[in-house]
Design a protein around this ligand. Structure first.
Ligand SMILES: Cc1cc2nc3c(=O)[nH]c(=O)nc-3n(C[C@H](O)[C@H](O)[C@H](O)COP(=O)(O)OP(=O)(O)OC[C@H]3O[C@@H](n4cnc5c(N)ncnc54)[C@H](O)[C@@H]3O)c2cc1C
Ligand SMILES: *[C@@H]1O[C@H](CO)[C@@H](O)[C@H](O)[C@H]1NC(C)=O
Ligand SMILES: *[C@@H]1O[C@H](CO)[C@@H](O)[C@H](O)[C@H]1NC(C)=O
Ligand SMILES: *[C@@H]1O[C@H](CO)[C@@H](O)[C@H](O)[C@H]1NC(C)=O
Ligand SMILES: *[C@@H]1O[C@H](CO)[C@@H](O)[C@H](O)[C@H]1NC(C)=O
Ligand SMILES: *[C@@H]1O[C@H](CO)[C@@H](O)[C@H](O)[C@H]1NC(C)=O
Length: 511
C-alpha cells in the first residue's frame, strides 16, 4: 500500500477535527507550517530544519526506531513529524507549535513504555523526541544530582559513582530506562525498602507547560509538583529535568543469587521474610517454568557486608542455605551492573556497561537479553520498610502501607508474527487472571510504569471518575490528579490512552 503523503494526512485531520470547508485551498505541508512556527518561537540560532523530520526525510526512519517488535510493523502508525529538540527553548516552541497546529503530541525520553505510548498513537501526532537531552550533573557536597529527561538511570548511577563511592540513587533495577518516563511514573528499584521510590527522592524539576512556560518547583506550585512525581508528566506537560537527592550507600554492599525448585518450600518462607526483614535487605523472587516444575530464584542486595547479612538470613531464612561463598561483596555500582546482567553471574558486568551514550543501543542489548529468557516469568518485589512509612497520598503512587509485594508478569519472544504476539499476550492475560484471587482487590492495583492497556483506556474526559485504569494506578489519589489536570491543562492537550482526565467534558480538539 502506498503511503499517503504528509500533506494529505494533515489535511484529512484538519477536516475531521475542525471541519474546514472543502472549498479552501490545500494546506501547506505540516512540516512547513510547523517549521515557520518553530522559527518564530524558539529563540536559538540553531537552524530548526535540522531538528524536524517528516516522512520524506531520508533520516526519518533512522530517528524513529523502537525496539518492541509488536509495535514495529508497517501497520504501526507513524508520526507526522519527529522533532529532536536540542534545548529547553525547542521544547517550549514544540509545545506551542503542536498546539497551534491542532496536532497531538507524543513525548519520548527512553522509549521504554511497555505499550509504546511515547511513540505510537492512533490519531495523527507529532513526536517530541528528547534523546538529545541527557546531561547529568552531580553535586556530592549538597547530595543532589540533576538528570535531563533522556539520561538513562544507568548513566545517572555511573555519574554518581564517578563522583562518590558512598552515594547512590534508589531507582530502576534496569539501567536502560530513562529519567523522563521512569521517574515521573514512580520508578522503583533495589533500595525501595531502605529509601522508597525514585519520586520520594525528587526535590525539583523543570517542566514545560501547555502554554510553553518553563517552570520549576517554585513556579509550578505544590499541586503540580506533587502530580508529576508518580502521576506521569505526560498528562501535564513535558519534563526537561529532575533534580534528585542522592542517598548514602555503604562502601561495601553484598549481593547474591540462589536458585531453588518449588518443592523445597523456600518460596513459602520467602513470602514471610522478604517484606519483614532488615530494611537494608532487598530479596527479589523470580519464577520461571523449568520442565515440569517452576524454578524460583532469589536475587538480593544487602546494603552492608556479608558478615552482617549471613546471621540475619541464617536466623530468618535457613531454608535458603546461603553461605559466604555465595555472596559477592563490592561497591554499590557493581551491584547495579550485576542485577542488569540477568543471570546474576558471580562477577557480573563492569560498571562501564551502564554507560550508553546512545540509549537506543542499550535498548537492543536489553531486548536481546529478555528474548534469551524467552518464557513467561513472574518477578516479585518485596515492599514494607520505608515504603510502609510513607503516607499513600505523599505522591500519586498510592501502593504503600499494607502492600507486601509488587508482581511483574513478563514474557519476551523472537517470532515477529502477529500470531506469536497474540499467543504470548494471551499467556500473559491467562497468568494475570489466574493471580486474581491472591492480589489486591477493589480496585486491583496496577503500577503505572508497568503500563498495560488491558486495564482500561481513556474515554477522553467523558467519564473522568469512571476511568477504571486511573483508580487502579492511583487509588484515592486520582481525585487530586484530576484536579491538577483540570487546572493546568483544561483543554486536555497533553493526552494519551491512559492520561489523567479533567473534570469538565473535554472538547475533542486534540483527540
Ligand atoms: C527492560 C525494562 C526494565 C524495567 N525495569 C523497571 C524497574 O526496575 N523499575 C521500574 O519502576 N520500572 C521499570 N521499567 C518500566 C519503566 O520504568 C517504564 O517503562 C518507564 O516509563 C520508561 O521510561 P522511558 O523514558 O524510558 O520511556 P518512554 O517510553 O520514553 O516514556 C514513558 C511514558 O512517559 C512519557 N514521557 C517520557 N518522557 C517524557 C517527558 N520528558 N515529559 C513528559 N512525559 C514523558 C511518555 O510519553 C510515555 O507516556 C522497566 C522497563 C523495561 C522495558
Ligand atoms: C541525514 O543524516 C546524515 C548523517 O547524520 C547527515 O549527514 C545528513 O545531512 C542527513 N540528511 C538530512 C536530509 O537531514
Ligand atoms: C532563550 O532560551 C534560553 C534557554 O531556554 C533562555 O535562558 C533565555 O532566557 C531565552 N532568551 C530569550 C531572549 O527569550
Ligand atoms: C553456594 O555456592 C556453592 C559453591 O559454588 C554451591 O555449591 C551452592 O549450591 C551455593 N548455594 C546456594 C544456596 O546457592
Ligand atoms: C514443605 O511443605 C510441606 C507441606 O506444607 C510440609 O509437610 C513439609 O514439612 C515442608 N518441608 C520443609 C522442608 O519445610
Ligand atoms: C487464550 O486462548 C485460549 C485458546 O485460544 C482461549 O480459550 C482463551 O479465552 C484465551 N484467554 C484470554 C485471557 O484471552
Amino acid at each position: 500500500m502506498a503511503k499517503p503523503s504528509l500533506a494529505y494526512l494533515f489535511t484529512a485531520f484538519v477536516f475531521l477535527s475542525v471541519s474546514t470547508s472543502s472549498a479552501q485551498p490545500p494546506n501547506p505541508p505540516l512540516s512547513d507550517t510547523f517549521l515557520s512556527c518553530l522559527t518564530q518561537h524558539a529563540n536559538s540560532s540553531t537552524p530548526h530544519s535540522n531538528i524536524v523530520f517528516d516522512n520524506t526525510n531520508p533520516n526519518f526512519t533512522t530517528v524513529l526506531p523502537n525496539y518492541i517488535a509488536r509495535l514495529n510493523t508497517p501497520l504501526t502508525p507513524k508520526p507526522l513529524l519527529i522533532v529532536t529538540v536540542l534545548q529547553e527553548s525547542h521544547v517550549q516552541a514544540t509545545v506551542i507549535c503542536a498546539k497551534s497546529t491542532n496536532v497531538q503530541l507524543r513525548i519520548r525520553s527512553g522509549g521504554h513504555d511497555y505499550e509504546g505510548l511515547s511513540y505510537v498513537s492512533q490519531n495523527p501526532f507529532i513526536l517530541l523526541d528528547m534523546f538529545n537531552l541527557h546531561r547529568i550533573t552531580v553535586d556530592v557536597k549538597n547530595e543532589v544530582a540533576m538528570g535531563q529527561a533522556s539520561a538513562t538511570l544507568g548513566e545517572v548511577y555511573y555519574r554518581i559513582w564517578d563522583s562518590s563511592k558512598v552515594h547512590g540513587f534508589p531507582a530502576s533495577v534496569c539501567p536502560i530506562v530513562a529519567v523522563g518516563g521512569h521517574i515521573s511514573g514512580g520508578g522503583y528499584g533495589n533500595m525501595l525498602r531502605k529509601y522508597g521510590l525514585s519520586v520520594d527522592n525528587v526535590i525539583d524539576a523543570q517542566i514545560v507547560d501547555v502554554k510553553g512556560n518553563l517552570l520549576n518547583r517554585q513556579t509550578m506550585g505544590d499541586d503540580l509538583f506533587w502530580a508529576i512525581r508518580g502521576g506521569r508528566v505526560a498528562s501535564f506537560g513535558v519534563v526537561v529535568l529532575f533534580t534528585i537527592k542522592i542517598v548514602p550507600v555503604p562502601e561495601t554492599v553484598t549481593f547474591f543469587r540462589v536458585d531453588k525448585t518449588l518443592e523445597e518450600n523456600a518460596t513459602d518462607l520467602w513470602q514471610q521474610v522478604a517484606p519483614t526483614t532488615d530494611d537494608r535487605l532487598f530479596m527479589r523472587l523470580l519464577l520461571a517454568p523449568s520442565g515440569k516444575t517452576v524454578r524460583a530464584s532469589v536475587m538480593a542486595l544487602f546494603l552492608g557486608e556479608a558478615n552482617e547479612v549471613l546471621p540475619i538470613l541464617e536466623k530468618e531464612f535457613p531454608l535458603l542455605g546461603l553461605k559466604k561463598v555465595n555472596c559477592t561483596e563490592a561497591h554499590w555500582i557493581d551491584s547495579v551492573a550485576w542485577f542488569n546482567d540477568d543471570q546474576g553471574s558471580k562477577n557480573g558486568a563492569k560498571p562501564e556497561t551502564l554507560l550508553n551514550a546512545n540509549p537506543r543501543e542499550g535498548l537492543e542489548i536489553i531486548w536481546k537479553k529478555m528474548i534469551e529468557l524467552g518464557e513467561m516469568g513472574l518477578v516479585f518485589n518485596p515492599y514494607r520498610g520505608k515504603m510502609a512509612q510513607i503516607p499513600s497520598d505523599a505522591t500519586p503512587f498510592p501502593h504503600r502501607k499494607g502492600n507486601l509485594f509488587k508482581a511483574r508478569y513478563s514474557v519476551s519472544w523472537k517470532d515477529p508474527s502477529p500470531a506469536a504476539a497474540q499467543n504470548f499476550l494471551n499467556q500473559t492475560r491467562e497468568l494475570h487472571s489466574c493471580m486474581t484471587p491472591y492480589v489486591s482487590k477493589n480496585p486491583r492495583s496496577a503500577f503505572l510504569n508497568y503500563r498495560d492497556l488491558d486495564i482500561g483506556v481513556n474515554s477522553f474526559g467523558k467519564n473522568s471518575f469512571q476511568e477504571v485504569y486511573g483508580a487502579k494506578y492511583f487509588n484515592d489519589n486520582l481525585q487530586r490528579l484530576v484536579k491538577v489536570k483540570t487546572a493546568v491543562d483544561p483543554e486536555n492537550f497533553f493526552r494519551n490512552e491512559q492520561s489523567i482526565p479533567g473534570f469538565v467534558v473535554m472538547t475533542d480538539r486534540y483527540r
